[in-house]
Write a protein that binds this ligand. Structure first.
Ligand code: SAH
Length: 218
């Protein structure tokens, strides 16, 4: 076998093949992940590794999640074309960009202002007009835009935050990694019922912790 770098279309085929082999089978999710090029969301040193199924460093000491985890979480969220979705933990903006292909409207909150500025600029450059990034502590959700059909949290909480549960519509779904930040966490699917919530454990995951307040450094 030759060690020559893969051509772009080969890289893309390999990327989609890996997603499928890891259980991402939903056609709408695969279509969105085919359309949104992860290369836009990874910059600098790691740019040439954008199509590997691995988390990578981004600005502000944060990470862009592993593509197969993005795919599995998006698939579990069962986003419909009329849905209003909230993401907590914008990071690179990659997950939000994928959601923008599946939902009517996407709001995403991040505690690092620099990441909000950079991702909002990227959304505009890519003509993703139904997604907006906000600076703030996402544990409190976005009361002005609530309630949401779907909520996805991409940082680990010790428990699903109360304000997010309160901002979920009846019948709505929230996907959230739960557990201590230095241990393996569980990905949880929360469904809001007429009364109360149903909790389902999906798989072990590892995310950066959900921190309190806006970041002081950027
Ligand atoms: N979804 C991102 C990856 C998220 S990494 C992507 O697709 O690239 C987790 C992000 O959550 C980090 O950027 C971190 O700064 C942010 N974060 C942590 N606690 C937060 C909080 N309370 N409110 C908003 N963002 C938070």
């Amino acid at each position: 076998m030759s060690d020559a770098p893969l051509a772009p279309h080969e890289q893309k085929m390999q990327f989609l093949y890996t997603l499928r082999s890891k259980g991402v089978t939903d056609a709408r999710v695969l279509g969105a992940m085919e359309k949104i090029d992860r290369g836009h969301f990874v910059r600098g040193t790691f740019e040439n590794r954008a199509y590997e199924d691995t988390p990578l460093p981004i600005a502000c000491g944060q990470t862009i999640s592993q593509p197969s985890v993005v795919g599995l979480m998006t698939q579990a969220l069962k986003v419909g074309p009329r849905d209003k979705v909230l993401e907590v933990g914008t990071g690179s903006g990659y997950q939000a960009a994928i959601l923008s292909q599946l939902a009517r409207r996407v709001y995403t909150i991040e505690r690092h202002r620099r990441l909000v500025r950079e991702t909002q600029a990227l959304f505009e450059q890519l003509d993703l007009s139904n997604v907006t990034a906000f600076a703030g502590d996402g544990s409190f959700g976005l009361p002005e835009q609530a309630p949401f059909d779907r909520i996805i949290v991409t940082a680990a909480a010790e428990d699903p935050p109360g304000p997010l549960l309160a901002q979920l519509k009846i019948g709505g779904i929230m996907i959230v990694p739960v557990g201590q930040s230095d241990a393996v966490q569980s990905l949880i699917k929360v469904t809001r019922l007429d009364e109360g919530f149903d909790y389902e454990e999906l798989r072990p995951v590892r995310f950066v912790p959900l921190l309190e307040g806006l970041s002081k450094d950027s």
